[in-house]
Design a protein around this ligand. Structure first.
Ligand code: IMP
Length: 197
Protein backbone atom coordinates (compact mmCIF):
# COMPACT_ATOMS: atom_id res chain seq x y z
CA UNK A 1 0.00 0.00 0.00
CA UNK A 2 1.25 3.47 -0.91
CA UNK A 3 1.33 6.30 1.67
CA UNK A 4 2.22 9.97 1.27
CA UNK A 5 4.48 11.23 4.08
CA UNK A 6 3.12 14.64 5.08
CA UNK A 7 6.34 16.56 5.62
CA UNK A 8 8.74 18.84 3.77
CA UNK A 9 11.50 18.20 6.30
CA UNK A 10 14.31 16.32 4.52
CA UNK A 11 15.80 15.16 7.83
CA UNK A 12 12.54 13.43 8.76
CA UNK A 13 12.14 11.92 5.30
CA UNK A 14 15.56 10.23 5.52
CA UNK A 15 14.78 8.74 8.94
CA UNK A 16 11.27 7.59 8.11
CA UNK A 17 12.00 6.06 4.69
CA UNK A 18 14.52 3.79 6.35
CA UNK A 19 11.95 2.55 8.88
CA UNK A 20 8.92 2.31 6.65
CA UNK A 21 9.87 0.86 3.32
CA UNK A 22 8.92 -2.81 3.40
CA UNK A 23 7.55 -4.96 0.62
CA UNK A 24 4.02 -4.16 1.84
CA UNK A 25 4.40 -0.38 2.35
CA UNK A 26 5.67 2.17 -0.09
CA UNK A 27 6.24 5.74 1.13
CA UNK A 28 6.28 8.68 -1.21
CA UNK A 29 7.04 12.26 -0.23
CA UNK A 30 4.85 15.33 -0.79
CA UNK A 31 7.32 16.32 -3.51
CA UNK A 32 6.82 12.95 -5.27
CA UNK A 33 3.05 13.47 -5.02
CA UNK A 34 3.31 17.03 -6.37
CA UNK A 35 1.74 18.50 -3.26
CA UNK A 36 3.02 21.85 -2.11
CA UNK A 37 0.86 23.06 0.75
CA UNK A 38 1.81 24.38 4.16
CA UNK A 39 -0.44 22.95 6.81
CA UNK A 40 -1.03 25.33 9.70
CA UNK A 41 0.05 23.53 12.86
CA UNK A 42 -2.30 25.29 15.24
CA UNK A 43 -3.00 22.41 17.64
CA UNK A 44 -2.00 22.60 21.29
CA UNK A 45 -0.55 19.10 21.31
CA UNK A 46 1.72 16.95 19.15
CA UNK A 47 -1.20 14.49 18.74
CA UNK A 48 -3.56 17.13 17.32
CA UNK A 49 -1.00 18.46 14.86
CA UNK A 50 0.06 15.01 13.64
CA UNK A 51 -3.56 14.05 12.98
CA UNK A 52 -4.31 17.33 11.23
CA UNK A 53 -1.31 16.92 8.89
CA UNK A 54 -2.13 13.28 8.06
CA UNK A 55 -5.84 13.93 7.44
CA UNK A 56 -5.30 17.05 5.30
CA UNK A 57 -2.68 15.38 3.11
CA UNK A 58 -4.85 12.25 2.79
CA UNK A 59 -7.74 14.46 1.60
CA UNK A 60 -5.59 16.41 -0.88
CA UNK A 61 -3.77 13.36 -2.29
CA UNK A 62 -6.77 10.99 -2.02
CA UNK A 63 -4.21 8.45 -0.77
CA UNK A 64 -3.46 7.14 2.72
CA UNK A 65 -1.06 9.50 4.48
CA UNK A 66 1.30 9.36 7.43
CA UNK A 67 2.50 12.34 9.44
CA UNK A 68 4.38 13.11 12.58
CA UNK A 69 4.55 16.09 14.86
CA UNK A 70 7.55 16.32 17.06
CA UNK A 71 9.57 18.70 19.15
CA UNK A 72 11.92 19.32 22.01
CA UNK A 73 10.71 19.87 25.58
CA UNK A 74 13.31 21.53 27.82
CA UNK A 75 12.35 21.31 31.49
CA UNK A 76 14.34 24.43 32.47
CA UNK A 77 12.30 26.38 29.87
CA UNK A 78 8.92 25.09 31.14
CA UNK A 79 8.88 22.41 28.43
CA UNK A 80 9.41 24.95 25.64
CA UNK A 81 9.85 25.09 22.69
CA UNK A 82 7.52 22.02 22.60
CA UNK A 83 4.94 22.17 19.80
CA UNK A 84 6.59 25.46 18.72
CA UNK A 85 9.99 23.79 18.10
CA UNK A 86 10.11 24.49 14.36
CA UNK A 87 8.91 28.10 14.85
CA UNK A 88 10.98 28.89 17.97
CA UNK A 89 12.75 32.29 17.40
CA UNK A 90 11.21 32.37 13.90
CA UNK A 91 10.73 29.56 11.43
CA UNK A 92 13.45 30.85 9.09
CA UNK A 93 16.04 31.35 11.83
CA UNK A 94 18.98 28.95 11.51
CA UNK A 95 19.31 26.08 13.95
CA UNK A 96 22.85 27.22 14.64
CA UNK A 97 21.36 30.43 16.05
CA UNK A 98 18.53 28.66 17.91
CA UNK A 99 20.95 26.13 19.41
CA UNK A 100 23.42 28.81 20.55
CA UNK A 101 20.53 30.77 22.06
CA UNK A 102 19.43 27.75 24.11
CA UNK A 103 23.00 27.02 25.27
CA UNK A 104 23.24 30.64 26.41
CA UNK A 105 19.92 30.45 28.29
CA UNK A 106 21.17 27.38 30.13
CA UNK A 107 24.65 28.76 30.88
CA UNK A 108 25.65 27.84 34.43
CA UNK A 109 22.68 25.47 34.87
CA UNK A 110 23.66 22.15 36.45
CA UNK A 111 23.27 18.78 34.70
CA UNK A 112 20.26 17.69 36.74
CA UNK A 113 18.32 20.79 35.66
CA UNK A 114 19.21 20.40 31.96
CA UNK A 115 16.80 17.51 31.37
CA UNK A 116 14.97 17.51 28.07
CA UNK A 117 13.18 15.14 25.75
CA UNK A 118 12.31 14.77 22.11
CA UNK A 119 8.66 13.79 21.68
CA UNK A 120 7.01 12.42 18.56
CA UNK A 121 3.36 11.71 17.77
CA UNK A 122 2.78 9.74 14.60
CA UNK A 123 -0.49 9.30 12.77
CA UNK A 124 -1.78 7.43 9.73
CA UNK A 125 -4.99 8.56 8.02
CA UNK A 126 -6.72 6.17 5.61
CA UNK A 127 -9.12 7.18 2.85
CA UNK A 128 -12.00 5.37 4.62
CA UNK A 129 -11.58 7.64 7.64
CA UNK A 130 -9.64 5.20 9.80
CA UNK A 131 -6.96 6.82 12.01
CA UNK A 132 -4.01 5.05 13.68
CA UNK A 133 -1.72 6.70 16.23
CA UNK A 134 1.65 5.98 17.88
CA UNK A 135 4.01 7.84 20.19
CA UNK A 136 7.71 7.91 21.09
CA UNK A 137 9.99 9.77 23.51
CA UNK A 138 13.78 10.13 23.78
CA UNK A 139 15.09 11.43 27.12
CA UNK A 140 18.35 13.36 27.35
CA UNK A 141 19.91 16.59 28.54
CA UNK A 142 20.84 19.85 26.86
CA UNK A 143 24.60 19.60 26.42
CA UNK A 144 27.26 22.29 26.77
CA UNK A 145 28.33 22.71 23.16
CA UNK A 146 27.26 22.21 19.56
CA UNK A 147 28.48 18.82 18.48
CA UNK A 148 28.04 16.37 15.60
CA UNK A 149 27.25 16.66 11.92
CA UNK A 150 24.37 14.22 11.49
CA UNK A 151 20.64 14.63 12.05
CA UNK A 152 18.96 18.03 11.97
CA UNK A 153 17.33 20.71 14.14
CA UNK A 154 18.28 20.48 17.80
CA UNK A 155 20.33 17.26 17.45
CA UNK A 156 23.70 19.04 17.93
CA UNK A 157 22.78 20.23 21.47
CA UNK A 158 20.85 17.16 22.62
CA UNK A 159 23.04 14.81 24.64
CA UNK A 160 21.80 11.23 24.91
CA UNK A 161 23.11 10.15 28.31
CA UNK A 162 22.36 6.45 27.79
CA UNK A 163 24.74 6.40 24.80
CA UNK A 164 27.17 9.12 25.87
CA UNK A 165 26.88 10.99 22.57
CA UNK A 166 25.14 14.03 21.16
CA UNK A 167 22.20 13.11 18.93
CA UNK A 168 23.97 14.68 15.92
CA UNK A 169 26.86 12.23 16.46
CA UNK A 170 24.60 9.21 15.92
CA UNK A 171 24.37 7.45 12.56
CA UNK A 172 20.91 7.20 10.98
CA UNK A 173 20.54 3.59 12.18
CA UNK A 174 21.76 4.40 15.71
CA UNK A 175 19.32 7.32 15.94
CA UNK A 176 16.36 5.38 14.54
CA UNK A 177 16.95 2.58 17.07
CA UNK A 178 16.43 4.89 20.06
CA UNK A 179 14.79 8.09 18.88
CA UNK A 180 11.31 9.43 19.54
CA UNK A 181 10.54 9.31 15.80
CA UNK A 182 12.14 5.87 15.40
CA UNK A 183 9.95 4.48 18.20
CA UNK A 184 6.73 6.20 17.07
CA UNK A 185 7.17 5.35 13.39
CA UNK A 186 8.17 1.73 14.07
CA UNK A 187 5.03 1.30 16.20
CA UNK A 188 2.92 3.02 13.52
CA UNK A 189 4.42 0.81 10.78
CA UNK A 190 3.69 -2.33 12.82
CA UNK A 191 0.09 -1.25 13.44
CA UNK A 192 -0.38 -0.52 9.72
CA UNK A 193 1.08 -3.93 8.79
CA UNK A 194 -1.44 -5.58 11.13
CA UNK A 195 -4.30 -3.85 9.32
CA UNK A 196 -3.23 -4.41 5.73
CA UNK A 197 -1.99 -7.99 6.04
P1 IMP B 1 7.37 19.53 13.07
O1 IMP B 1 7.65 19.45 11.61
O2 IMP B 1 6.33 20.49 13.46
O3 IMP B 1 7.18 18.17 13.67
O4 IMP B 1 8.69 20.15 13.67
C1 IMP B 1 9.45 19.49 14.55
C2 IMP B 1 10.61 20.36 14.97
O5 IMP B 1 11.08 19.83 16.22
C3 IMP B 1 11.79 20.25 14.01
O6 IMP B 1 11.76 21.23 13.03
C4 IMP B 1 12.95 20.41 14.97
O7 IMP B 1 13.09 21.75 15.30
C5 IMP B 1 12.46 19.69 16.22
N1 IMP B 1 12.79 18.25 16.14
C6 IMP B 1 11.91 17.22 16.06
N2 IMP B 1 12.54 16.04 15.97
C7 IMP B 1 13.85 16.33 16.00
C8 IMP B 1 15.00 15.51 15.92
O8 IMP B 1 14.96 14.29 15.77
N3 IMP B 1 16.17 16.17 16.01
C9 IMP B 1 16.27 17.51 16.15
N4 IMP B 1 15.23 18.32 16.19
C10 IMP B 1 14.01 17.74 16.13
Amino acid sequence: MKFVFATKNEGKVKEVLKIFNTDKIDIITMLDANIDVDIIEDGNTFDENAEKKAVEIMKISKMPAIADDSGLEIDYMDKKPGVMSARFLGKDTSYDFKNRHILKLLEGVADEKRTARFVCSACAAFTDGKIIRAKGVLEGIIGYEIKGKNGFGYDPIFFVKSIGKYSAELSLDEKNAISHRGKAMTELRNKILEIIK
